[in-house]
Design a protein around this ligand. Structure first.
Ligand code: ADP
Length: 698
């Protein structure tokens, strides 16, 4: 007979279920719900012992309660595991259906529990699954000490109670979980807010400790940082904090070492039972009973550990590890932020120190050109105080070359340095020449422009002096020199025949020297003429081969004197060139003399030329000291001499003249060279056209 065939019993059953479900619905705490289910089953179905095991989503037993008569016991995890793996409950979980065993002695599924020994013998048992929304949330078992104690009706009733209880247990379990999660989340959220409220390292440490203390409720909290191959406790709070600070633990030892190496937190419920606990873990002066240790991590790297020692309540809450791991993660970010901030601060300070102590005058402006800062040298140079400068704009201080910077400094937006020569306005209304280097910088965490303003008064004065000297040389030396030359010519004619040979050789020496002085003076004159933009006036069609050969003849004795060999690389024929003959000759002489001057004795100087379309390309190649690439752009500037070649005399005017002369003819001049590997100077002069050649003849 089934229950439904008896209307009275059906009503009684419905009332019972209604009662059970109402009872269950009013409770949300898992333990209360479990107890109510168990009492309900014992009272309404009968039996002496009733137990319930709660499963989580993965089927793992998370809670269990057993009731003997009116006594409540909680299962240990070990007991739960056995029942689940091998016992009757295990069978029910696997098969997801209830079972009634009238005689446990005759059923292999019945597992004898150690505390059953006094009641050996046949029992009867009902075991049913708790299902909620198709999900298995637990197992309910009812036991009677005598066999055949239950009827099929009672089995059905148990099934019905289990169905009611399933939902209630699931709700209670979810509620407990959400409560726990909410607690953890709150602790972490509060922790995150508090820890990140500061960027000062000490304060960040302190905040991490306070949050851990509050969340875990322990006697002591310690914070260790990985430094080389050990953990050094940098901060501690609570009991014995001062004894802990500064202590260190090698990374290859103890629980602390393992947590750091593996990046996984642990709960040590009892120090005496923990195999991995090492003497190194013992913090002197702190009596250690239990602890939770979690790694402090940032970007997947363990940078330290957080250790909570001795829970005030005697044992750790089940969430302790979760909370500690969470705090460890947050702490990692906070500590890293603080570290980065400290480093940034240090970099700023370093920059500020450099800025203040720089021997260069520096001002910092915003992108509107307003002066934000100025160093001591900038004040000294300009005569304005720092405060005065801070009310000025950069274009009040110097003539900004807007074409270089851009009207809104947009050309400085890239990270390139922009340099130019300009005029600086001083507080006393005088002006001085200045070299300006502007560049984008980060100053006190602000995107700014740095302006270095170098006083170049002395350099300018020196340049002027050289210019004055140059003009003096050609005005005051040219005419006396012309007199000397013509006098020498006259002397040559006056010498009697018999002494002529000796005297002429002496006169030749004088002539060579006066030639050189004359060439130098002519070159100086040409430089200043060509620089001021005057064109080359005296162009004629010149026989190229004859010009080169004559020049080589002239310089050959000087090279021979230095045991140097002149090699000519000339083709059979070359077109005539359209040049100022004297200038072209001086260009060639200059380059050959340089090659000789900057080469060792017994080396070779090669001079060559070839026609290249409308140009004749000349070169002078030596085996001398060479010119480093960094200098190659500058050597054609006036007064440029390469440092380190101090012993060889010169004015630095030769190449400047060559460039101006060649370019004045529309040609190009350049050098190919490397230090120690010799140099080759190249230049081109234009080929004379048919008409030019014809005009020459006229
Ligand atoms: P200087 O009167 O000093 O020779 P120049 O204008 O002729 O002046 O040359 C400029 C600088 O270029 C020289 O001081 C020298 O350092 C370098 N230089 C010129 N020619 C050569 C060369 N053939 N080999 C090495 N260095 C050279």
């Amino acid at each position: 007979m089934t229950l439904s065939e008896n209307p009275d019993r059906t009503r009684a059953l419905l009332e019972l279920l209604f009662h059970v479900s109402r009872e269950l619905a009013t409770a949300l705490d898992l333990r209360t719900v479990l107890q109510r289910v168990l009492y309900g089953a014992l009272q309404n179905v009968g039996g002496e012992r009733c137990s319930i095991v709660v499963l989580d989503d993965s089927g793992k037993a998370v809670d269990a309660t057993i009731v003997y008569g009116s006594e409540v016991h909680e299962h240990t995890t070990q007991q739960m595991r056995e029942t689940m793996e091998r016992g009757l409950a295990g069978w029910v979980i696997q098969n997801r259906k209830g079972v009634y065993i009238p005689d446990t002695a005759k059923d292999a599924r019945w597992l004898m529990r150690p505390d059953d020994t006094d009641r050996i013998g046949s029992k009867s048992a009902i075991c049913v699954p708790l299902l909620a929304r198709e999900k298995l949330v637990g197992v309910l078992t009812l036991v009677h000490t005598t066999p055949n104690a239950f009827s099929i009706e009672q089995f059905d009733l148990m099934q019905a109670i289990a169905d009611q209880a399933g939902i209630a247990v699931l709700n209670a379990r979810l509620y407990t979980e959400s409560q726990r999660q909410a607690r953890v989340m709150t602790a972490l959220a509060e922790g995150a807010a508090a820890m990140n409220a500061s960027l000062r390292m000490d304060e960040v440490y302190q905040r991490i400790l306070i949050q851990t203390m509050q969340a875990l409720q322990v006697e002591t909290v310690a914070l260790g940082i990985v430094e080389d191959d050990k953990i050094v406790f940098r901060a501690a709070a609570g009991r014995n904090e001062s004894a802990i600070r500064g202590k260190s633990i090698p990374l290859d030892r103890g629980v602390v070492g393992t947590v750091t190496r593996e990046g996984r937190g642990v709960v040590v419920a009892d120090v005496r039972l923990e195999e991995n606990f090492d003497e190194a873990d013992r913090l002197e002066g702190v009596e250690m009973r239990a602890m939770v240790i979690a790694p402090i991590q940032t970007q997947g790297r363990v940078i330290g550990i957080l250790e909570a020692i001795n829970p005030l309540a005697g044992a750790f809450d089940p969430d302790a590890l979760l909370v500690m791991t969470g705090i460890g993660g947050l702490a990692g970010t906070s500590i890293q932020n603080a570290q980065l901030f400290e480093r940034l601060q240090a970099a700023h300070k370093r920059y500020r120190d450099l800025f203040e102590e720089s021997i260069d005058p520096i001002v910092i402006t915003d992108w509107e050109g307003r002066i934000l800062e100025a160093n001591r040298q900038a004040s000294l140079l300009s005569g304005y105080t720092r405060e005065e400068l801070q009310t000025m704009s950069i274009d009040q201080l110097h003539e900004v070359h807007w074409s270089k910077t851009g009207m809104e400094f947009e050309l400085l937006r890239g990270d390139r340095m922009i340099s130019y020569e300009s005029t600086l306005h001083k507080s006393d209304e005088t002006h001085i020449p200045a070299e300006v280097h502007a560049r984008r910088v980060e100053f006190d965490s602000t995107d700014s422009i740095q302006w270095i303003l170098r006083d170049i008064t002395e350099r300018k004065e020196l340049d002027n002096l050289r210019e004055d000297l140059t003009s003096m040389i050609y005005h005051d030396l040219r005419s006396p020199l012309a007199n000397i030359i013509s006098s020498l010519d006259v002397i040559a004619t006056l010498v009697p025949e018999e002494e002529r040979a000796t005297v002429l050789s002496i006169l030749k020496i004088a002539e060579n020297s006066t030639d050189r002085i004359q060439r130098l003076i002519s070159s100086l004159l040409d430089v200043s003429r060509l620089e001021s933009g005057q064109p080359v006036a005296d162009q004629t069609a010149v026989d190229t081969l004859a010009l080169v050969r004559k020049t080589l003849e002239d310089v050959e004795p000087a090279l021979r004197g230095r045991k140097q060999t002149l090699v000519e690389k000339l083709p059979e024929a070359l077109p005539p060139i359209w040049v100022d003959e004297d200038m072209a000759r001086r260009v060639l002489i200059n380059l050959i003399e340089n090659s000789s001057k900057y080469s060792p004795s017994e080396s070779t100087v090669e001079v060559g030329a070839r026609a290249e379309g409308e140009w004749v390309h000349f070169w002078v190649k030596d085996q001398g000291s060479g010119i480093p690439p960094s200098e190659q752009d500058h050597i054609f500037d006036k007064f440029t001499r390469i440092r380190g070649k101090g012993k060889i005399g010169g004015l630095g005017i030769g190449l400047a003249f060559c460039r101006l002369a060649v370019q004045g003819h529309g040609g190009r001049i350049w050098v190919e060279s490397d230090t120690g590997k010799g140099s080759t100077f190249h230049f081109t002069f234009p080929v004379a056209t048919e008409e030019q050649q014809a005009s020459n003849v006229e």
